[in-house]
Design a protein around this ligand. Structure first.
Ligand code: DAH
Length: 360
């Protein structure tokens, strides 16, 4: 076959007309794809085939023929692009025309969030204490050893520290730690607030320990309470704690106090609540005893007042003149009892199937 530049030109012209007509007639994407394959397809496209066979042409024809074919190729590519834009615009217009807008349909409700079950209990506790005349004070989550342990009568080698697996942080300002209990807020409040001691505060917030099992989470929440004033007694402690537990759970549940130990209180007591699951008969939750442990408390140890006084450089909290009581309650524990939940980790798994079961 003796190809000349002229015969190539004729072929190119024929292909040009053919492609232009095919593209103008194409009304949808599959047809466009077929046209593209027919002319430019890598394996069987006519233009691609001709470009590939250039090598067999005599050299005097090859250059011009190559140029013609490349121009054609680019032209077809450009037309394809235009046809594609046209087809898409047509499809979009057709879809819009076919769609009916019914303004009388009810709207789609956006999913509504709710408070976390632990937040619900925390706010309830706050409300109860506010009604009892307490102030809500938030301490700090990142603390130092002094506020978290030392001023609370736990010097560096005190064995009670071992009960709290602490997260320590190293930083420019020296060692810090994530508070292991909200009791540190007692110290912060007394030191940072120049109130003459008539203190009635609660400190809700997050605490952190290196525990992780079905009843312990590395982060959980507590509410701390501190009452200080002249002549505060263990009777005040018992009456106040019973009142708030009754407000929280209902007055049908009995409250009892047992002796306990905390370095920052003396004497220390723990409060138990009649089991709300079995009503005191004995079940799995109360381990057959009819009682569940609900909080730790006690009369503020004079050593704590002395530590605060020595920092304040005076005797604002003179243990000869004032006494006080303190308590700490775990918020998740209350929520677990209330809803019969046996794994604390559910609260922090962010599983909406769990969280959506609570009214918040
Ligand atoms: N800090 C204790 C804990 O985390 C709870 C506690 C016990 C707080 C006795 C107190 C208290 O204020 O007097 O387990």
């Amino acid at each position: 076959m003796a190809e000349t530049v002229e015969s190539i030109r004729q072929q190119v012209q024929g292909l040009r007309e053919e492609a232009t007509a095919a593209l103008a007639a194409a009304g949808d994407t599959p047809t466009l794809r077929a046209v593209q394959d027919r002319f430019l397809g890598r394996r069987s496209g006519v233009v691609s085939g001709l470009l590939k066979s250039l090598g067999k042409l005599p050299s005097e024809v090859r250059r011009d023929a190559g140029r013609e074919l490349n121009v054609l190729k680019r032209e077809i590519e450009g037309r394809l692009e235009e046809a594609r834009a046209r087809v898409e615009a047509q499809a979009f217009a057709a879809r819009l025309a076919g769609e009916r807008l019914d303004l009388s349909l009810p709207g789609r409700r956006p999913p509504r969030g709710r408070r976390h079950p632990v937040t619900v209990v925390r706010e309830e506790l706050e409300d109860i204490f506010i009604a009892m005349g307490y102030e809500v004070y938030e301490g700090r989550e990142v603390e130092d050893d002094y506020h978290c342990f030392e001023a609370l009568n736990m010097p560096p080698d005190h064995p009670a520290r071992d009960m709290q697996d602490t997260f320590y942080l190293e930083g420019a300002e020296g060692q810090r730690l994530l508070r292991t209990h909200t009791s540190s807020s007692q110290i912060r409040y007394m030191l940072d607030n120049e109130h003459p001691p008539l203190v009635r505060i609660i400190c809700p917030g997050k605490v952190f320990r290196r525990d992780d099992d079905i009843t312990h989470s590395p982060m959980f929440q507590q509410v701390e309470g501190l009452v200080v004033g002249p002549g505060i007694t263990l009777g005040d402690l018992k009456g106040s704690i019973e009142a708030f537990l009754h407000a929280l759970f209902g007055s049908q549940y009995p409250v009892r106090f047992r002796p306990s130990f905390f370095p920052y209180t003396e004497p220390s007591v723990e409060a138990d609540l009649g089991c709300i699951v079995c009503g005191g008969k004995g079940c799995r939750v109360c381990k057959g005893t009819g009682w569940v442990e609900i909080l730790g408390s006690g009369m503020v140890n004079p050593a704590v007042f002395e530590a605060v006084n020595s920092r304040l450089g005076g005797a604002v909290y003179d243990p000869e003149k004032v006494t006080g009581f303190a308590f700490g309650i775990g918020i998740e524990r209350v929520a677990m009892m209330r809803h019969g939940i046996d794994d604390i980790r559910l609260f922090y798994g962010s599983d909406l199937r769990f969280l959506e079961q609570f009214r918040g």
